[in-house]
Design a protein around this ligand. Structure first.
Ligand code: CTP
Length: 401
């Protein structure tokens, strides 16, 4: 199960025999859905090859702050640290822990530590006496005080042949500790969430329809992120070419606005949150022809009738325990219209899409949105991947739940 979907993990590997376990660690993180960038200290190279970790993480391993090939290039620790959602150092040697505690940064990993604004976890690994040493204890106390998560070490047989505390925790335990600390406490865990996604198609005749350009990517990203946070997701999808395989997502495929309305209305009352990200058609042909409409020399008039506004129905029938999220796409007086919609449709959160910005809107992998909730200032987000937008929306939803 992808419990850590799309999370960016900066994995620091330092010099210690437990570095051999990092291959399994990278594999588990990747299997959990994470993007892993490995940064090794120079000493770590004596214990495991960068090739192993680069192959498993599918990214080149970084070690040096400066690339000394005369090109003047360098690995940007600030950028790396900002990229990461979490910095995990495993194994963390006594030397690296000491340097971290005292703000030293004489290698790329330590420079990343100093630049990191994200949560930092370390999995210490060293011999018994080193772990018991007063300087190590003081360093751990200092790091804990600064909010660094300490995972392990555990007791057992050590590389020296001695038995005692100092063994690095097993990769499964480390991954579990990080994921639990990062998202295990999600308010969405165990909650039922309804997400609608994609376009609808309104039949004109057996072969033609009125549709729109929605790809469903935003709604699917929301469904996957909610499932990653432990929610039971009901995904009602219009005709899209996207796949889902998360066990936490139950998918229902529909075609028309009427089918989407029926599927959503049947599921909503049992849900703790409803997120209507589908681009539902506002109109459909009043009469769909039973057989293919033949071409004529004259023009073709078509009468359209409104479809049901599903979001408005949800707002009017919202149970007390439920939070309702709608989407809006406005082209003029954006904020004013969106705030009107928020109130009129009894929404708890409105995601205002911008079509003005390059990279935002239909079909792209990125989006630029503003989040509006009653009684709070608009939260304008930068251009982000749809996975990141999904996280921002669900972070706000969690605050509201
Ligand atoms: N929506 C819906 N049912 C419809 C049409 C839209 O539930 N028949 C939902 C969408 O899923 C989305 C929001 O309403 O959450 C989109 O609204 P939008 O198209 O921006 O505006 P409308 O409410 O249709 O109003 P207008 O077209 O006047 O802006």
């Amino acid at each position: 199960m992808e419990r850590f979907l799309n999370r960016k993990v900066l994995l620091g590997v330092t010099g210690g025999i437990a570095a051999y376990k990092c291959a399994a660690l990278v594999r588990l993180l990747v299997k959990a859905g994470a993007d892993v960038q490995v940064v090794m200290t120079p000493a770590a190279h004596d214990f495991i090859t960068p090739l192993t970790l680069a192959t498993l993480s599918k990214r080149p391993v970084l070690t040096d702050l400066f690339i000394r090939d005369g090109s003047g290039q360098w690995n940007d620790h600030v950028h790396l640290a900002r990229w990461a959602d979490v910095l995990l150092i495993a194994p963390a040697s006594a030397n690296t822990l000491g340097k971290m505690a005292h703000g030293q940064c004489d290698n790329l990993l330590l420079a990343c530590c100093l630049s990191a604004a994200c949560p930092v976890f370390v999995a210490p690994a060293m011999d018994l006496e080193m772990w018991k040493d007063a300087s190590t204890k003081d360093n751990i106390t200092l790091l804990k005080k600064r909010g660094v998560g300490i995972i392990g070490p555990e007791s057992g047989e050590l590389a020296s042949g001695l038995t005692g505390e100092g063994r690095m925790s097993e990769p499964e335990g480390i991954v579990d500790a990080v994921i639990t600390a990062m998202i295990g406490a999600s308010k969405l865990a165990g909650k039922r969430i309804l997400v609608s996604a994609g376009p609808t198609q309104e039949a004109l005749d057996p072969v033609r329809y009125i549709g729109n350009r929605s790809s469903g990517k935003m709604g699917f990203a929301i469904a996957e992120e909610a499932a990653a946070r432990g929610a039971q997701v009901q995904l009602v999808a219009g005709p899209v070419s996207l796949k889902t395989d998360h066990p936490g997502i139950e998918r229902t495929d529909v075609v028309s606005a009427a089918e989407m309305a029926a599927a959503c209305k049947a599921r909503a009352p049992q849900c703790h949150a409803v997120i209507m990200s589908a681009a539902v058609a506002d109109y459909r042909p009043a009469r769909a022809a039973q057989s293919k409409v033949k071409k004529k020399d004259s023009g073709l008039d078509m009468e359209l009738e409104p479809t049901e506004d599903i979001l408005a129905w949800m707002g009017a029938h919202k149970p007390d325990h439920q939070r309702l999220v709608g989407f809006a796409l406005e082209t003029d007086n954006e904020l004013e219209h969106a705030l009107g919609k928020l109130k009129r449709k009894n929404l708890d959160l409105l995601v205002l899409n911008s079509l003005r910005d390059a990279g935002a809107g239909f079909g792209t992998d990125t989006n630029k949105v503003t989040l509006l909730a009653p009684g709070t200032d608009p939260q304008e987000l930068p251009l982000m991947s749809k996975a990141e937008v999904a996280r921002a929306i669900l972070d706000r939803l969690e605050e509201l739940m």
